[in-house]
Design a binder for this molecule. Structure first.
Ligand code: MN
Length: 510
């Protein structure tokens, strides 16, 4: 069993306060989970300690790690929220409740709902630190899946691949993304896993031999040109992403060049291009395989130069060139910005600190708003913003992200458990049109959580909504006032216009 030191030893420069709060959380959780075991027969406490260790590895600070230790105490062993607050304060309680209140995301394996579920996952978290705890929690859960009953195992594994891993990916936390995928792949698709694993083992052995030799030639060439290199290593492709690529390449493994890649880390951006130049000067690059993700980062913020060259012995090799900062950002993504948040390590220059509640308060009482670097905001968060014009002003920008991401959306369910994503204050009318325009047009009543409600009732997160339809029902003028979504308003106007036209014709005939 790991001790407190095994956790804090993974942190960089923990303060005495951080060590103290982690130590208290450790004892509290140990006591709370005393009689509690995992499917594996291990003490349950192991699970929360492993979660805390993952958080420490990802650069989280004291409160988040303490919350990681406490994350299952309310839900699983009935500790009162009040007690957590008394012992650890409101920030830690907020984090623990954030993890607890994920509720049941009703994963049913349907592609068309997965995007909404990912948004639900992010929206209910309310704070990036909560997302990190949920991901760390899930990582240990998938690592111990072999002990979980079979029917449950597959569902958890697929849910991890479809919801958790993509969230990690979009937050740019490659290291977490890769681990979540590789741990769950074998349980989600055992046959496919074995198929690709066999190919991978065979291919990677062979490619490693080629690359080791080629690697030495590269170093030699770079030294000859006086290029300063901080580090070089190999990057092995994750099995699940390899499998997806394998399918895209018609199951021809020889069309995949990056099972193994050489990674070159250099001090500056200029050095990156310099290395690319030196390499292309010596080895012929493969056409269409030169990718400049520094000038054109991937949507999740990933930056690097990639090229594939002919090594001269009938083989090809992919080379990835980046700075140390790019490397860390790629591995830790959003997590690499969170450490600003706690422990007063920095003034919170990062945009991410603006997304966490204590800073909202500070901003309100401060005359000088924290400068936000919008260039660091992952594109997919920008995509969530409907109105691009707000992005010119940074404080407005943060407002709108905070809003759209965490406040201005609600997620409600059909009686089947399908999730529908709506703006705040949306009504059953919006819901009906979001499900299907025919259902919208025929609506005559709505049940929310099994109770009949009026059609203008604002819906709440997590409501289960059932629409009653009748073939003779028609949209009425006042529905326009109930509808918050432009989709519903447009459909209602269309239907009203059609009905009007219909009645005119009827009158003309008379
Ligand atoms: Mn847990």
């Amino acid at each position: 069993m790991s001790s407190v030191k095994d956790i804090t030893g993974l942190m960089s420069l923990p303060s005495p306060e951080e060590i103290a709060v982690i130590t208290r959380a450790y004892s509290f959780a140990e006591k709370a989970h005393r009689d509690h075991k995992r499917f594996s027969g291990e003490p349950y406490f192991t699970h929360v300690v492993e979660t805390a260790k993952t958080l420490a590895r990802f650069g989280m600070r004291g409160n988040t790690i303490a919350a990681g230790l406490l994350h299952d105490t309310i839900e699983d062993v009935g500790v009162e929220a009040e007690d957590i607050k008394k012992e650890f304060g409101s920030d830690i309680l907020f984090l623990v409740e954030g993890v607890t209140k994920l509720g049941k995301i009703r994963y049913r394996g349907l592609d068309r709902h997965n995007e909404s579920l990912r948004k639900l996952f992010v929206a209910t978290a309310k704070d990036i630190r909560v997302i990190m705890i949920r991901l760390a929690d899930r990582l240990h859960n998938v690592r111990t899946l072999e002990y979980v009953p079979e029917h449950k195992r597959e569902r958890i594994a697929k849910e991890t691949l479809d919801i958790y891993a993509p969230v990690a990916y979009r937050l740019g936390i490659q290291r977490m993304h890769r681990k979540l995928e590789d741990e769950s792949f074998r349980y989600a698709y055992p046959k496919e896993y074995r198929e690709i694993k066999e190919i991978f083992d065979r291919e990677s052995d062979e490619r490693k031999k080629i690359l080791t030799k080629f690697h030495r030639s590269i170093i030699k060439e770079l030294t000859k040109h006086n290029v300063e290199v901080l580090k070089t290593d190999y990057r092995l492709k994750g099995l699940y992403s390899l499998y997806l690529k394998y399918l895209r390449k018609d199951k021809d493994i020889h069309k995949i060049y990056d099972i193994l890649a050489i990674r070159v880390i250099v001090p500056t951006v200029a050095d990156c291009y310099n290395v690319l130049g030196v390499i292309h000067g010596k080895w012929r690059p493969m056409p269409k395989r030169i990718k400049d993700f520094i000038s054109f980062p991937k949507p999740n913020g990933y930056k690097s130069l990639h090229t594939t060259v002919f090594t001269g012995e009938g083989a090809v090799a992919e080379i990835q060139i980046k700075t140390e900062e790019m490397h860390n950002e790629a591995e830790f993504g959003i997590a690499s910005h969170i450490s600003y948040k706690e422990g007063g390590h920095s003034g919170g220059e990062s945009w991410i600190s603006a997304l966490t509640p204590p800073n909202w308060v500070r901003e309100e009482h401060s005359d000088t708003p924290t400068p936000i670097r919008t260039d660091r905001v992952p594109y997919w968060l920008k995509d969530i913003l409907e109105n691009d014009s707000t992005t010119s002003d940074t404080s407005e920008f943060v407002e709108s992200i905070k809003g759209d991401l965490f406040e201005h959306r609600i997620f409600v369910f059909t009686p089947n458990g399908d999730v529908i994503d709506l703006p705040l204050d949306a009504s059953p009318v919006d819901f009906a049109y979001a499900v299907h325009s025919d259902i919208g047009d025929r609506t005559f009543g709505a049940k929310v959580n099994d109770k009949m409600v009026s059609l203008d009732k604002p819906l709440q997160n997590g409501d289960v909504v059932e629409i009653k339809t009748r073939s003779s029902s028609k949209p009425s003028e006042k529905w326009l006032r109930y509808a918050k979504t432009s989709l519903a308003q447009r459909r209602i106007r269309n239907a009203l216009a059609k009905n009007k036209k219909g009645s005119h014709m009827y009158q003309d005939e008379n």
